[in-house]
Design a protein around this ligand. Structure first.
Ligand SMILES: Nc1ncnc2c1ncn2[C@@H]1O[C@H](COP(=O)(O)OP(=O)(O)OP(=O)(O)O)[C@@H](O)[C@H]1O
Ligand SMILES: [Mg+2]
Length: 336
């Protein structure tokens, strides 16, 4: 088959998304974000899976309708197998299985973290292999050597929290609504990044750790609020700019080390935090200084979306890597 048409479903966390891809070209990418979690300051797993159940029919129908493609034209159904929230994954997996069975087409299981990396193959310019990818998201922080579409190697990852979690928890400490990462980014753009400094809490080597900076930030706020209860309100731009610069430096240090150690200077970023303006700027500056070739995804392909599942599925389809109908979701699925 030369022009496979694949429907892809993403439901690993709090975005219900469906995308249609034909011959490697994304035709549509519908994303329904769940707002139900906002009042809890974080994703509530049970509410997430219920919201996926409510939205998935609608999202899939909308994705197909806009392309004019009928279900009987689909050559495969792809879905996120993991990592993610088990209840959320189950909704996507079950829906995909039902469709594949009903239409008698193959199923394709996709690793969500590999898909974040492969989002770079949706648009041009596409990176040549091998390249390094810094994946920075809500649940992960990874340095990946990408040898091929289907062969990736994690050379560094967080030992505790993800950078996205550090952004979101810091935002929560300042009473910002969830998810706080984008809001920190917005305020940071109006602040002075040198206004405050934070302790160096990185660990040696290519692994990351963000638990130390979270605690340091908590104490920083507590101490300053003791002297000025309205500390955050009065200084939020400078606080956000300083914290963001610190977090960005933490990951840029590791990225430089990874380039030195691997000798690969084609560098990409992926995942929700790749939308961060400070990180995008810092990567570009470093690229200009060191002659790196950098790849920065479009905003809509940074946070969770089914287009990245679709492009990953496209390459699996080409390699005839299909899943069996008894495939189960895996909350901790690792990169292969
Ligand atoms: N501009 C931004 N600046 C900083 N963080 C951001 C920005 N935009 C989004 N984020 C963060 O990105 C994260 C969401 O990214 P993503 O959707 O890729 O994560 P996830 O799917 O929850 O986790 P994972 O992909 O590891 O399973 C959140 O932590 C959010 O705060
Ligand atoms: Mg994600």
């Amino acid at each position: 088959m030369t022009q496979p048409i694949i429907l892809a479903i993403e439901s690993s966390c709090d975005e219900t998304s469906a995308s249609v891809i034909q011959a490697g070209k994304v035709l549509n990418n519908v994303i329904a974000s769940q707002t139900v979690h906002q009042k809890y300051g974080g994703v509530v797993p049970e509410l997430a899976s219920r919201a996926h159940q409510q939205q998935i029919h609608h999202v899939v129908n909308e994705a197909l309708a806009a392309t004019g493609i009928l279900t009987n034209q689909l050559n495969a159904i792809a879905f996120t197998r993991g990592p993610g929230l088990l209840g959320s994954l189950l909704v996507g997996v079950s829906f995909a299985k039902g469709m594949a069975l009903g239409l008698q087409v193959p199923l394709i299981d996709v690793n969500h973290m590999e898909a974040h990396v492969l989002a770079h193959f949706i648009d041009d310019p596409k990176p040549a292999f091998p390249f390094l990818c810094l994946t920075v998201s809500g649940g992960h922080t990874q340095l990946v050597v990408v040898h091929d579409y289907l062969h990736m190697e994690v050379i560094g990852e967080t030992r505790d929290d993800a950078i996205g979690e550090a952004f979101d928890k810091a935002a929560k400490m300042m009473d910002f609504p969830y998810p706080g990462g984008p809001l920190i980014d917005r305020f940071a753009q109006e602040g002075n990044a040198k206004a405050y400094s934070f302790p160096h809490t990185s660990i040696p080597g290519l692994d990351f750790s963000f638990s130390g900076i979270k605690t340091a930030f908590l104490y920083f706020l507590r101490d300053n609020k003791n002297t000025e209860p309205r500390f955050v309100e009065l200084n939020k731009q400078n606080i956000c700019a300083s914290l963001q610069a610190h977090l960005v430096n933490m990951v840029m240090e590791k990225l430089k080390l990874a380039v030195d150690q691997t000798g690969i200077n084609r560098v990409a970023i992926a995942g929700g935090v790749a939308a961060n303006s400070g990180l995008r700027k810092s990567l570009q500056t470093q690229a200009n200084q060191s002659g790196w070739d950098v790849f920065i995804p479009r905003f809509e392909y940074c946070t969770d979306n089914a287009a990245m599942i679709a492009i990953a599925a496209h390459y699996k389809f080409e390699a005839k890597r299909f899943a069996s109908l008894n495939v189960a979701p895996l909350a901790n699925l690792a990169i292969s």
